[in-house]
Write a protein that binds this ligand. Structure first.
Ligand SMILES: NC(=O)c1ccc[n+]([C@@H]2O[C@H](COP(=O)([O-])OP(=O)(O)OC[C@H]3O[C@@H](n4cnc5c(N)ncnc54)[C@H](OP(=O)(O)O)[C@@H]3O)[C@@H](O)[C@H]2O)c1
Length: 431
């Protein structure tokens, strides 16, 4: 059998996959890595490669190996994973079918794995059920490598590095907006909508999974960070903040738990918020939230939600794919507000009488978070598994991006690709 490819991008025909293939092409060319593309439609894959050849004027693109694989066909998945050292999974939704790729294929063929999922129940299930198997197989499995979790998890790591002391708490504020607000059309793909509805319907699974993941014996930290359940106006952004539940926070918390258990670091308390730029957005948000929660418990309601994404999301999602123009029209700003103690390393069980005396504001920003940034984070994650294996955690297993890549060059690489990680301000806290 011919030698294994360094990397395969599975799901190259999707929107994330099509953005991703350009990054993969450039990075593999730079480092002379071998790579292939996979999906379930040869016709669609060839179209993607033709476009890449057109853009790069590189005729060798036509020779890139194409692997046909469908998540509903276990054998094809096995054949695909046994052809590479690292699988980059850009397919979705994953909750119903994605498990087979990790469970039956990557573990058996000892293939490292990264994916773009933001489906919290899928991410947690892989952690709970496959960490030990991945460890035995000697592979690294890293879910949640899209915009959502990578930016948060590695942003916090970068902030802690810059803080030079001990961070007690972090609040994050995510602002998503458009450069040109008059452009119309959906901004996000229907697969993300479908995953979100699926997650809401199956929220009960999440509780049971998280009870297994989160250690009940984590230290009780003081001062405790308050959760703001009601909308409020923060100091760092214009507009209103609402509590954001989802995979970003749980992935960051899992990283903090690992750092406490394995390295005896004091965990950071975290809360995540979403910015809405004016009061009327907040009112719309509540109305749409209510409409969705009325439909969710009923089979017919769920059918309607899946059928009419544009109606239930005020046009943010649509049944057709967002245009390239619309994707590039979007931008994000993620602001971290940290409080803690400057120049003091505090152990997880150390009791301090002193209140936090230092604050820091770190901001990450960039364009097209849903697709360009997600694809970049995903491809870099797979690429670093392949090229910086000496900087990964000593023991293989299932890890968050913040654990797997904390010692790699990922933050610098993201920065080099146009995402800025900037400390905006440092301030003294006087009570
Ligand atoms: N973490 C983040 O921040 C983030 C951001 C964006 C997207 N996402 C997630 O990433 C996933 C992909 O998003 P997208 O917008 O690229 O979606 P998309 O355009 O709908 O693409 C989905 C991809 O999955 C493939 N696929 C679906 N079912 C398959 C199966 N049974 N076997 C093999 N391939 C299958 C599709 O193949 P065909 O082309 O043959 O249909 C396509 O390549 C979604 O789950 C989305 O929620 C996460």
């Amino acid at each position: 059998m011919s030698e294994k490819l360094d990397l395969i991008l599975f799901g190259v025909t999707g929107l994330v996959g099509r953005y991703g293939v350009r990054y993969l092409y450039r990075l593999c060319k730079e480092k002379n890595l071998t790579w292939g593309v996979a999906g379930r439609s040869e016709y669609k894959i060839k179209k993607v490669l033709e476009k890449l050849e057109d853009e790069t004027k590189d005729q060798s693109v036509a020779k890139i190996p194409i692997i046909l694989a469908d998540m509903s066909d276990e054998q094809s998945i096995n054949q695909m994973t046994s052809r590479c050292k690292v699988l980059i999974q850009a397919c979705g939704p994953l909750r119903q079918m994605g498990e087979v790729v990790v469970q039956k294929a990557c573990i058996q063929s000892r293939t490292h794995y990264v994916d773009v999922s933001a489906e919290e129940n899928f991410i947690d299930k892989i952690q709970v059920e496959y960490h030990e198997d991945a460890k035995k197989a000697g592979i690294y499995v890293v879910c949640a490598c899209g915009f959502d979790c990578v930016i948060y998890d590695l942003g916090l790591k970068h902030l802690q590095h810059k803080f030079k002391g001990t961070v007690n708490s972090v609040e994050t504020y995510l602002k998503l907006d458009y450069h040109n607000p008059t452009l119309t059309g959906p901004s996000y793909n229907v697969s993300t909508w479908n995953s979100t509805i699926d997650l809401l319907v199956n929220k009960h699974e999440l509780k049971a999974l998280q009870a297994k993941i989160f250690n009940k014996h984590m230290p009780k930290l003081k001062p405790a960070l308050d959760t703001k359940y009601f909308p409020f106006k923060p100091h760092v952004e214009d507009g209103w903040s609402i509590l954001l539940t989802g995979s970003d926070r749980s992935v960051m918390m899992r990283t903090q738990q690992y750092l406490y258990e394995e390295k005896n670091h004091r965990p950071v308390q975290i809360q995540t918020y979403l910015m809405l730029k004016a009061l009327y957005y907040l009112i719309f948000f509540v109305i749409y939230g209510l409409m969705i929660s009325i439909c969710l418990p009923f089979k017919l309601g769920r059918k309607i939600l899946l059928r009419y994404p544009a109606f239930f999301s005020a046009g943010v999602f649509g049944s057709r794919e967002p245009s390239a123009e619309m994707c590039e029209n979007s931008y994000f700003r993620l602001t971290f507000v940290a409080k803690g103690w400057k120049n003091k390393i505090i152990g997880p069980h150390e009791k301090l009488n002193e209140m936090p005396n230092h604050g820091m504001i770190l901001q990450i920003k960039g364009n097209n978070p849903g697709y360009r940034v997600s694809a970049l984070c995903l491809i870099l994650s797979g690429f670093l598994l392949s090229t910086q294996s000496n900087k990964l955690p000593g023991k293989p297993g299932v890890y968050t991006p913040g654990i797997a890549f904390r010692d790699t060059t990922i933050v610098k690489d993201l920065d080099d690709h146009g995402l800025s990680f900037n400390v905006l301000n440092e301030f003294a806290i006087t009570s």
